[in-house]
Design a protein around this ligand. Structure first.
Ligand code: XMP
Length: 334
C-alpha cells in the first residue's frame, strides 16, 4: 500500500544520507524475516558496501544454513560471509544444562566470532581505497524486541536474557571496532516488516516464516547440548514442520517446533523394550509473542505426526504435545 511504499523509499534515502557514499556497514543475519529485510534494505541503499555475516552455530535447523546462503547470496544478491562456528559452540556447551548458562555461552561465543569477522572486514577495507571504513553496525531490531528486553529488566527480576538486544551492539560500539548502530526496523511491528519484505521482493515462504530464537536448538534441548541431541531435534522438527505445511496450516500458527527432553522413557519397538528420549512438540498462536495459546491440532494429525517421529528418529521413544498457554508458560522451553 501507499504508506509502506513511502516507508521503503524514505528509509533508503535516510540510510544513504546517514551512511554517506563511502562508509561500510556490517550486520549479522540469521535467515529470519527481520534480519533479511534489514539486509535487503541495506543492499538496496548502499550495495556491496554492506557486508552480511551469518554465524553457523551448529544449532540451526535442518539445512538452514545452506538455505539462508541461497536466499541471501543468490536470490537477493547480498554480500555474505558464513562463519563456521559449530565446533566452538559445541565444545563450550559441553556439560552445560542450565538454561541461562547456555544462553550466556551462546551469546558470548556469537559475539566472539562476529567481532573477529568484523575486524577482518575492517582490515580488508583499509587495503581497498575505493571503499571507506566500516563505521556502522546493522541490527534488525523491531519495536517489540525493545519492549521485551526492557520488560526482562523490570523489577520482577530477569526472566531470561534475550540474545538479540544488548550484548552485540554494546561490544561492537564500545570495543575495538567502535561502530555506530543502525536499526531501520526499529519502529515497525512484525506484520509491517512482513509487508515491507514483500515489497522488497523477498520470497513469501521467508516472509511468513515462524520466528526462531538466536540461541537456536540449544534452548529446545532439556539437558546437555550435543551434536547427537541436535541431530535428533532437527529430524523431529523437520517432520513436524513438513507435516504442518502439507496440512496447509503453517500460517494458522505463529510458531511451531520440536524439542527434546533428554530424560528417558520406556517404549516397545518390534519385540523388544527400548529406552529412549522424549520429543516435545510445541505450536502456538499469538498476536505479539507476549502471550500465546496452544494451537488446536486435529487429533488424528497429531497422532500421525507422533507416529512418524517415533518411527523415523532413532533414539526417540515418546512424543508429547505441550498444551501450556503463555503465561504461565513461555513459548520456548528454556
Ligand atoms: P518466549 O520463550 O520468551 O519467546 O515466550 C517469545 C519469542 O521470543 C523468541 N525468543 C528469542 N529470540 N533470542 C531471540 O532471538 C532469544 O534469546 C529468544 N528467546 C526467545 C521465541 O522464539 C518467541 O518467538
Amino acid at each position: 500500500n501507499w504508506e509502506m511504499g513511502n516507508f521503503t523509499e524514505k528509509e533508503i534515502v535516510r540510510i544513504r544520507k546517514l551512511v554517506g557514499d563511502k562508509a561500510q556497514v556490517i550486520g549479522a543475519v540469521s535467515g529470519g524475516v527481520d534480519s533479511t529485510v534489514a539486509a535487503r534494505l541495506m543492499k538496496e541503499a548502499i550495495g556491496d558496501r554492506f557486508h552480511a555475516i551469518l554465524v553457523d552455530t551448529g544449532l540451526m535447523r535442518l539445512n538452514e544454513c545452506q538455505e539462508v546462503k541461497k536466499t541471501l547470496q543468490e536470490h537477493l544478491g547480498i554480500n555474505l560471509t558464513i562463519v563456521d562456528g559449530a565446533e566452538l559452540f559445541f565444545s563450550r556447551l559441553a556439560g552445560v544444562v542450565e538454561p541461562e548458562a547456555k544462553r550466556k555461552i551462546i551469546g558470548e561465543t556469537f559475539i566472539d566470532l562476529f567481532e573477529k569477522e568484523a575486524i577482518r572486514i575492517e582490515e580488508e577495507a583499509k587495503e581497498t581505497p575505493r571503499a571507506g571504513k566500516v563505521e556502522w553496525f546493522l541490527q534488525g531490531t523491531l519495536y517489540a524486541d525493545l519492549i521485551e528486553s526492557l520488560s526482562f529488566k523490570g523489577p520482577s527480576a530477569t526472566i531470561k536474557s534475550h540474545h538479540n538486544v544488548g550484548g552485540l551492539p554494546a561490544r561492537m560500539m564500545n570495543g575495538q571496532a567502535q561502530l555506530k548502530l543502525i536499526e531501520p526496523l526499529r519502529e515497525l511491528f512484525k506484520d509491517e516488516v512482513r509487508a515491507f519484505g514483500r515489497q522488497l521482493g523477498i520470497h513469501e515462504d521467508l516472509v511468513m516464516r515462524h520466528p526462531f530464537p538466536g540461541p537456536g536448538i540449544a534452548i529446545r534441548i532439556l539437558g546437555e547440548v550435543t551434536r547427537e541431541h541436535v541431530e535428533m531435534v532437527r529430524k523431529a522438527d523437520h517432520i513436524f514442520i513438513s507435516m504442518i505445511k502439507e496440512a496447509g496450516i503453517y500460517n494458522e500458527m505463529s510458531q511451531a517446533y520440536a524439542a527434546l527432553d533428554t530424560n528417558r522413557a520406556v517404549g516397545v519397538m518390534g519385540d523388544s523394550r527400548v529406552y529412549g528420549m522424549i520429543c516435545i512438540l510445541r505450536a502456538v498462536t499469538s498476536v505479539d509473542f507476549m502471550s500465546a495459546e496452544p494451537f488446536e491440532f486435529p487429533f488424528q494429525l497429531l497422532k500421525n505426526i507422533c507416529r512418524r517421529i517415533v518411527n523415523e528418529v532413532d533414539g526417540i521413544t515418546r512424543v508429547v504435545y505441550d498444551c501450556t498457554s503463555k503465561p504461565p508458560g513461555t513459548i520456548e522451553l528454556e
